[in-house]
Design a protein around this ligand. Structure first.
Ligand code: IMP
Ligand code: MG
Length: 182
């Protein structure tokens, strides 16, 4: 069925089939690397929800999950550089092997901050997982071990990614028409 928001999309950048295969590949790599370790996967609300849901089902290990919410873009499409914790973890991270799960890495600010925070709280290890990566926009040096794929510098929405809290339920990742946000 046609999506009501489809007319705001310039073009589909990552189709559902590609999302499924990227998630499967990441799941296989993580499964191999974390066998016997009982990792804690932390999804960053709200954007990472669809990816987190599919990713954990692609990792057939003994694992636990938790969520954090942080502020990043607010109401605009440009990062402010500020990271604020809106919802903290339920469980302690001490001595846990952690994978932070994100929808997209842009400046790298959010994950730079979160990785250091979790290490300072006593995590045994912290690695980063992201479905999408915008390498051209990086302003922080961070090592991202698990990347679904790189994308060019466009503002994208769908499969969890929003503009102004809208478009998260599109079943693919699409480039938003610039006239929608300018
Ligand atoms: P960073 O801290 O600059 O790396 O930004 C990461 C966060 O910015 C992501 O979790 C998204 O919420 C948001 N973001 C970055 N690029 C986009 C985009 O193209 N579309 C929608 N949200 C984005
Ligand atoms: Mg967002």
């Amino acid at each position: 069925m046609r999506h009501e928001l489809e007319e705001d999309i310039l073009e589909v950048l990552v189709a559902k089939e590609e999302i499924i295969s990227l998630t499967k590949e990441l799941g296989e790599r993580i499964t191999k690397d974390y066998r016997g370790k009982r990792p804690l996967l932390i999804g960053i609300l709200k954007g990472a929800c669809p990816f987190m849901s599919d990713l954990i089902q692609a990792i057939p290990l003994d694992l636990t999950i938790d969520f954090m919410a942080v502020s990043s873009y607010g109401q605009s499409s440009k990062s402010t550089g500020e990271v604020r914790i809106l919802k903290d973890l339920d469980a302690t991270v001490e001595d846990r092997d952690i994978l932070i799960v994100e929808d997209i890495i842009d400046s790298g600010n959010t994950l730079f901050y979160l990785k250091n925070l979790l290490l300072s709280r006593g995590a045994k290890s912290v690695e980063l997982v992201t479905l999408l990566n915008k390498p051209e926009r990086r302003t922080r040096e961070i090592e991202v071990k698990y990347i679904g794929r790189d994308i060019p510098d466009h503002f994208v929405v769908g499969y969890g990614l929003d503009f102004n809290e809208t478009y998260r339920n599109l079943p693919y990742i699409g480039i938003l028409k610039p006239e929608v946000y300018s």
